[in-house]
Design a protein around this ligand. Structure first.
Ligand SMILES: Nc1nc2c(ncn2[C@@H]2O[C@H](COP(=O)(O)OP(=O)(O)OP(=O)(O)O)[C@@H](O)[C@H]2O)c(=O)[nH]1
Length: 393
């Protein structure tokens, strides 16, 4: 996938970091690896179900073939392996794909079932050899191809299944006394099937990881402010609208907050635009640290203006959070000689604290927060001012 200009992605984006670091060994940083596992299993779930279903049907088809063509001495044991080991294991794995809570373990469950299938087929060959029945060995190649390409197993799981089955097959043939030249041919064919499978599976997983990163990068571009890494205005508005409706339904209080860096025009004029960007980045980091739970959010609203939302919180708690933001920004001690009083970069904060009413909307709340911010500026900046609807200034 061709990616747009990545200069416009926040440079701290974990997707961008991983994209730049590469992933030849098919592994991401911890946090992204977990997200990728969830993405991957969702992407291949349907294919996994179909693959297991097809494998079960083929096993049953081969069971019918065994029943009509194998001599009695071989038939019963072969059918027992197919019908009481391989098919039930595949069935359990297939049922597991319908259990949401088992999704994190599906690679292991389906990998285990696939391996049971591979070892089962090696067992069938062993039974045939023990009774001197010339059963073709190609079945083991079929299951090998299955491991790598059908159920959506990741590279490591598929390779483990493939090579363990390979060694089990070799052991069977050595113990059964297959002549050396034939053994060599079969081993080379099966090893080749495994190598082709490994290459194919590696590139499939690599492409899947590329898609995952590309999606993450595009989402970051669409939703995050590239300078600070906070949400951008559009993404904030969308999410805040949803949270607003939830607060109305659940009768929970909301804190809507407007924040504005003090005398920022003078800062830019004095220190230059690049230094201004750095200051905004530092301020954004302080603000972002204070909203980590699912229904809390902070965003860059535009220019040197930030916005925040906290859900179902006491006014005293949110005042404490905002006071922490204010004092931490002051404590950054970013020199600002043009700022009256403090001489460092500071921020003014306006809080609208309210229980959303049916006749109100989010815009009303933001306007109220803006009024509180205006008061904070008027009262001397570098402070937090709170307003509730209907309360005079
Ligand atoms: N460096 C930088 N400056 C920006 C950015 N976005 C907006 N600005 C500047 O932010 C400044 C905002 O100035 P004003 O709105 O006049 O407010 P102020 O100087 O902070 O004054 P008060 O809000 O009253 O304290 C302008 O000079 C904009 O050019 C940005 O992304 N980077």
């Amino acid at each position: 996938m061709k990616l747009p200009n990545l200069d416009w992605v926040n440079q701290d984006s974990p997707y961008l970091r991983q994209h730049r670091a590469g992933f030849r060994l098919l592994s991401f940083d911890d946090e992204l690896e977990q997200a990728f596992s969830r993405y991957h299993i969702t992407a291949i779930l349907v294919r996994m179900r179909w693959a297991l279903l097809v494998a079960m049907l083929l096993m049953l088809l081969f069971a019918v073939l065994d029943a009509v063509s194998l001599p009695e001495s071989v038939r019963n044991r072969t059918l027992a392996i197919r019908l009481s080991v391989i098919v039930p294991t595949l069935l359990i794995a297939w049922l597991a794909t319908y259990q949401r809570r088992l999704r994190p373990y599906l690679q292991i469950i389906v990998g285990g079932a696939a391996l049971a299938g591979g070892l089962g087929v090696a067992g069938i060959i062993w039974v045939a050899r023990a009774h001197d029945f010339p059963l073709p060995y190609e079945g083991i190649i079929l299951v090998t191809v299955f491991f790598y390409f059908l159920p959506g197993l990741r590279f490591v799981t598929a390779a483990l299944c493939g090579w363990l089955t390979f060694f089990a097959y070799l052991l069977v043939e050595v113990l059964s006394g297959l002549p050396g030249e034939l053994l060599l041919y079969n081993a080379v064919f099966l090893a080749s099937a495994n190598l082709i499978g490994c290459f194919g599976c590696y590139f499939l997983e690599y492409a899947s990881r590329q898609n995952f990163l590309a999606q993450g990068l595009l989402q970051d571009m669409a939703e995050k402010d590239f300078l600070t890494g906070l949400l951008n205005r559009r993404a904030f508005s969308e999410r805040a609208e949803r949270t607003w409706r939830q607060a109305q339904r659940e009768r929970q209080a909301l804190a809507l907050v407007m924040m504005d860096v003090d005398y920022f025009k003078r800062y830019n004029d004095h220190y230059g635009h690049a230094a201004g960007d750095e200051a905004l980045r530092a301020v954004g980091q302080v603000i972002g640290r204070q909203a980590r739970r699912p229904l809390e959010m902070t965003a860059r609203y535009g220019g040197e203006e930030f916005v925040g939302l906290w859900y179902g919180i006491e006014e005293s708690q949110v005042m404490q959070i905002l006071e922490d933001i204010r004092s931490e920004i002051e404590a950054l001690a970013l020199p600002h000689v043009q700022s009256e009083a403090t001489g460092v970069v500071t921020i003014s904060i306006g809080l609208a604290y309210l229980l959303p009413q049916p006749h109100q909307d989010l815009e009303d709340a933001l306007r109220l927060a803006d009024v509180a911010l205006y008061l904070a500026k008027e009262q001397g900046r570098n402070r937090v001012v709170s307003k509730r609807p209907g309360c005079p200034a």
